[in-house]
Write a protein that binds this ligand. Sequence first.
Ligand code: PMP
Length: 370
Amino acid sequence: MQYGAQRVSDINLSQVRKMFEQASPTAINLALGEPDFDTPKHIIDALKNALDEGYTHYSQNKGEVKLRETIVDKLKKDNNINTTADNVILTVGASEALYSTVNALIDPKDDVLIPDPGFLSYREVVKIAGANPVALKTSAENGFNTTLDDVENTVTENTKAMIINSPANPTGSVMPKDEIKAIAEFADENDIIIISDEIYEKIIYDKKHYSFQAYTDNAVTINGFSKAYAMTGLRVGYLSACSEIIDEVLKVHQYNVACIDTATQIAATEALTGPQQCVSDMTSEFRKRRDLVVDSLYDMGVECIRPDGAFYVFFKQDNPDEFIQKALKEDVVLVNGNAFGEMGEGYIRLSYAQSYENLQTAMERLAKIA
Ligand code: PMP
C-alpha cells in the first residue's frame, strides 16, 4: 500500500538537516540557517511575564490586535506599506505564512516561479499544493539577483505567482529598488501575485531593503522574528496583503493552526516596540563574520561574491561533494549548493551564523583542504 498521497510522496526532506545529522557532535556546523545569538533578555522577560499574566489561551485567529497594529506601524515605517491590522495574519514563523499563502492562492494547474538557487521550502511547498514550481534562474554574473528580464523570460501563461526572496538565502543577494519596482509593475500588468519572503530584511549590510507591497497590491509580504531577533524556536512570523488575499489565506491558516502561541505574541510585541540596539548589534557582528569568511576564502583562492545580506556565503567549487566530505572529516559541516536548485550546481553554502571564534577555527580547517 502507498501511504503517502501522490502530492506528498515525492516531497524531499531538507538536505540541510541531513548534513547536520551526519556530523559528529563536536563538528562546527556551518550548515544551519539559525542565528547562534541568545534571544535578547527583554524579549524573554516579556514572554515570562505573559505566561504569569495568563496569556495561555487562544488569541484571535489572525492574532492579537496589539501585535498586528504594531506590525502595521513597522510596515509603514520600514517598508513604506500602508495597511491595517485586519490585513495582517500572525503565523507559525515565516514558514507557515509561506505554506498558508501558497495553499490558499495556488491551484494544481498553476505554475509558480521560484528562485533558483533558492530556499529549499519554496519548491516543496508549491509541490504540496499540487502545483508546478518553475525555476527563476539567477547566476553569479548578475550577483544572483532576479531581474525583470529574468521574470519576463521565465513567465508562462499559467503563472499565477512568483516567490521572491531578498535578502536571499542561499546567496545573500539584495535586490535594488528599481528592479523591485519594475517587477511589481509587471506583476500588476500581468495579474501575477508576488509572494515576497523578507525574513532577512534586517540582516543587510550596505544596501537598503525595499518591499514589493509598497508598489503593488498584488504582493504578499512575508516576514518574521526568527532571524532579526534570534527567535527561531518561538515560531512567530506574519504576512500582510490586500483584503481579498487575506480572506483566502485566513481559511487555510484557521483550519491548520487556529492561531499562534498567545504568550509568544506578547514577546514579539516587545521585540518590535522595545530597544532595537540588539538588532544592529547582531547585524554588525554578522558583518564581521562575513568579512572573516570571505577574506579567508579569497586567501585560499576560492571564488565568491561578498554578499550584501542574510548570513550565508555561496562559494564556488569544482567538486562540491568531495570538498564537503573532506570538510566533514575536518569536523566542519557545509551544504552542497545543488540542494537549492540546478543553478546551485558547483557551489557550496556556508552559514556564518556561528561564533567568530568557531568561524576562525572552521576557516583554518577549510584552508587545509582547499
Ligand atoms: N524563508 C527563508 C528564506 C529562510 O531561510 C527561512 C529559515 N531558514 C524561513 C523563511 C523560515 O523562517 P521561520 O523560522 O520564520 O519559519
